[in-house]
Design a protein around this ligand. Structure first.
Ligand code: M6R
Length: 603
C-alpha cells in the first residue's frame, strides 16, 4: 500500500525523505517519487520499481537551506505503475502525494477538464492538485483553496501538498488513511504514514483524526476540523527505541498484529468492495475464461485460509475447489488440467514448498494466481497474477493479521467468481454488507480481551486440546489449534466436530480441553450435539458462541450476527487471543517460538 513522508526544515531534506520511504517499503509499492521546494528551486523526481531507482535519479540533487519536501511510494490502484502515474502529481505550480482512493475523482476530473485543466496521469490523485490550483485562482488564499478542495473529496485519503504559491508550507488532510505529524527541538516538522520513518527524527508526534486538514510551516502547526474549528494538536513523546516504538505499547508483536487486524482488513477491502459488487483490478476478465475448477496449495496457516476459502468458493460460485498442502502436492505426481486455476497462498511469498508447487503448476501449463502479503517476493514474481493481501509487515512468527487478510481476499475472490457466473442480487448484497462489517467487528474490545486473559489460567496444563468446528469452522478450528500449539507448546488438534465419535472421543476426560466453535448461523444444532457427546464423557468444554450454552464449563460470548462469516472472524479473534494469553502465562517468547522461523525457505 502507498506510503507518505514529508518534511519542513533546514537539515538534509533529501536524506529524510528517502530514508523515510525505505521505512515504509514493507507496505508494498511499485513506484516512488519526491518533490522538494527550496529557496532556489522546485524539483520533482519519480521512478518505477524500487526506491534504489529513485535514489539513482536524485544522486546529483543536493538541496540546501530551508525547504519543504514530500515523498511517496505508490501501490497502483488507478492506472499502471508508470512514472506518469507515480506521485507526486503536478499541476502548474504545486505537487501532491496521496494515500487512499478518491471515489468521486471521475466527476471531479470531468468538471476540471471542462474548466481547462489538462490531466497527464490515469490516477485519482491528480484531481487533488488541479482542484487546489483551480480554487486558488478563485479564492487567492492557499489554505482556503486547499480546504475547499478537500471538502470536495469523497473516499479515503492522507494528502500532502506543496506549492510555489506558499513555498514554505506543507498542506495536509486526513480521512481514513493514517497520517502523523512529528516535530523536534530543531524546528523541523515531519509527516509520515506510520511512526517508523519518524523515529530518531521527531521527539513528539500527533496522530491526526479523520476529517482534519491544515497546514504547517516553520514553528506553526495549524489543524482544523471539517467545520473550520481550530484543533489543538495533542503531541505525545515518540520513543527513540525502534523496536519499542514498533511494538506500539503492546507486549508482543503478535498482540499488536491481532489489534491491527481491523485496520489492515480495511486496506484489503479498499477499492475492491463497492456497494453494488466486488472488483479485482488485478484480474482481467479473460484470465478466468475456460476455468472449470480451482486447486489451492499452501502451507501452515495459509493452508487453513485455503481450506476456508474453498468452502466460500464452492458455496458462492459453485466452482469446484480443492486444497492441498504444498509439501504433499509436490511429490504425489498430481493429475493437472489446464482448465484448473492454480492458486497459491503465502504470507511471506518465499515458502519453498509453495513456491515449488507453483512452478510445477506453471510447467504443466496451468494459469496461476498468488494470494500473498509481500510484493516482489519469489511467489509474486512467479505467479501470472497476484492479489496482495495488504496486511503490512507481520513480525510475529505466529501468523494472525496475514491470515485475516488472506481470508478476506479469498472471500472477495469467491464473490468475484460468483459475480462472473451470475449471482442472485440479494445474496450479493448480503455478502457485501457482511464484508463491510468485518473491520469494525475486528476491533478488540477491552472486556473480551480481559475475559480471555482471566480464563487462560485454567488452560495451562491437561493432556491436550481439541478445537472443533463444522463446515468452514473446521479449518478455523485447525487454525486455532495451530496458533495454540506453536506458541504455547501444548498439544492441540483441530477436528471436524462430526468426526470425534470416529476415534478421538476415546481421549475424552476432564483433562482434555475441547474448544468448541459454535456459530449460530451454520449447523448450530449439529455442533451442539457433538459437544454434548464430549461433555457426557467429561471433557472440559470451552464454548465460543453467540448462543448461551448451559453445559459448557467456560463460555466466551461473541456478538450475535446474521452471517456466519461475521461469526467466523470474531471467533478467529477469540482463538488468537486465547493462544496468546496462554502462551504469555507460560512465559514463552510469543514472537519467536522455539524451533520455528517466520519464513520457511527450505523444504
Ligand atoms: O509465508 P507462508 O504463509 O507461506 O508460511 C506458511 C507457514 O509457514 C506459516 O503459515 C506458519 O504455519 C505460521 N507459523 C503459522 O502461524
Amino acid at each position: 500500500m502507498c506510503g507518505i513522508v514529508g518534511y519542513i526544515g533546514s537539515n538534509d531534506i533529501k536524506e529524510f525523505l528517502i530514508e523515510g520511504l525505505k521505512e515504509l517499503e514493507y507496505r508494498g509499492y511499485d513506484s516512488a517519487g519526491m518533490a522538494v521546494i527550496t529557496d532556489e528551486d522546485m524539483r520533482v523526481f519519480k521512478a518505477v520499481g524500487k526506491i534504489r531507482n529513485l535514489e539513482e535519479k536524485i544522486k546529483d540533487f543536493s538541496p540546501s537551506g530551508e525547504g519543504v519536501g514530500i515523498a511517496h511510494t505508490r501501490w497502483a490502484t488507478h492506472g499502471k505503475p508508470t512514472e506518469l502515474n507515480a506521485h507526486p502529481h503536478l499541476g502548474e505550480f504545486s505537487y501532491v502525494v496521496h494515500n487512499g482512493i478518491i471515489e468521486n475523482y471521475k466527476e471531479l476530473k470531468k468538471e476540471l477538464e471542462k474548466a481547462g485543466h489538462r490531466f497527464v496521469s490515469q490516477t485519482d490523485t491528480e484531481t487533488v492538485v488541479h482542484l487546489f490550483e483551480h480554487y486558488l485562482k478563485e479564492l487567492n488564499d492557499p489554505f482556503r483553496a486547499f480546504d475547499k478542495s478537500v471538502s470536495r473529496l469523497e473516499g479515503a485519503y492522507a494528502i500532502l501538498l506543496i506549492t510555489k504559491a506558499a513555498p514554505d508550507t506543507v498542506f495536509f488532510a486526513k480521512n481514513g488513511s493514517p497520517l502523523i505529524i512529528g516535530k523536534n527541538e530543531k524546528e523541523e516538522i515531519f509527516f509520515a504514514s506510520s511512526d517508523a520513518p519518524l523515529i530518531g527524527h521527531a521527539s513528539e508526534v500527533t496522530y491526526l483524526e479523520d476529517k482534519t486538514r491544515g497546514y504547517c510551516k516553520k514553528e506553526q502547526i495549524s489543524i482544523f476540523d471539517e467545520s473550520g474549528k481550530n484543533i489543538k494538536p495533542d503531541f505525545k513523546p515518540l520513543t527513540a527505541d525502534k523496536e519499542l516504538a514498533q511494538k506500539g505499547g503492546f507486549r508482543f508483536f503478535m498482540e499488536k498484529e491481532i489489534y491491527e487486524q481491523s485496520r489492515v482488513i480495511s486496506e484489503t477491502i479498499m477499492g475492491r468492495v463497492k456497494s453494488d459488487g466486488v472488483e479485482l483490478e488485478e484480474l482481467n476478465r479473460e484470465f478466468l475464461d475456460g476455468i472449470e475448477s480451482i486447486k489451492i496449495c499452501a502451507c501452515g496457516t495459509s493452508y487453513h485460509a485455503g481450506l476456508s476459502g474453498a468452502y466460500l468458493i464452492e458455496r458462492l460460485s459453485r466452482i469446484p475447489a480443492h486444497v492441498e498442502i504444498a509439501s504433499e502436492f509436490r511429490y504425489k505426481d498430481p493429475v493437472l488440467s489446464d482448465k484448473t486455476l492454480f492458486v497459491v497462498i503465502s504470507q511471506s511469498g518465499e515458502t519453498a514448498d509453495t513456491l515449488e508447487a507453483l512452478k510445477m503448476a506453471k510447467r504443466s501449463g496451468l494459469k496461476t494466481l498468488a494470494i500473498c502479503n509481500v510484493d516482489n517476493s519469489s511467489i509474486v514474481r512467479e505467479a501470472d497474477i497476484t492479489l496482495l493481501t495488504r496486511a503490512g509487515i507481520e513480525k510475529g512468527v505466529a501468523s494472525t493479521k496475514a491470515f485475516a487478510t488472506q481470508m478476506m481476499v479469498l472471500w472477495i475472490f469467491a464473490l468475484y467468481l460468483a459475480q462472473k457466473r451470475g449471482i442472485n442480487p440479494q445474496t450479493l448484497s448480503k455478502e457485501i454488507d457482511a464484508i463491510l462489517h468485518i473491520p469494525k467487528l475486528l476491533q478488540v474490545k477491552a472486556g473480551l480481551h480481559e475475559k480471555i486473559k482471566r480464563l487462560s489460567k485454567r488452560y495451562l496444563h491437561g493432556h491436550g486440546f481439541f478445537f472443533i468446528g463444522r463446515d468452514i469452522f473446521y479449518p478455523l478450528a485447525l487454525e486455532g489449534a495451530l496458533k495454540l500449539k506453536e506458541i504455547s507448546y501444548l498439544h492441540a488438534e483441530g477436528y471436524p466436530a462430526g468426526e470425534m465419535k470416529h476415534g478421538p472421543i476415546a481421549l475424552a476426560d476432564p483433562e482434555l480441553f475441547t474448544i468448541a466453535l459454535m456459530p449460530k448461523n451454520l449447523l448450530y444444532e449439529k455442533i451442539k450435539s457433538n459437544v454434548e457427546e464430549l461433555s457426557a464423557r467429561d471433557s472440559t468444554i470451552l464454548a465460543i458462541s453467540p448462543e448461551p450454552f448451559e453445559i459448557a464449563d467456560d463460555f466466551i460470548k461473541i456478538e450475535s450476527h446474521d452471517h456466519y462469516m461475521m461469526e467466523y472472524f470474531e471467533m478467529m479473534l477469540v482463538v488468537q487471543l486465547l493462544a496468546l494469553e496462554i502462551a504469555i502465562r507460560l512465559g514463552n517468547d510469543v514472537d519467536m517460538p522455539r524451533n520455528l522461523a517466520k519464513s520457511v525457505t527450505v523444504e
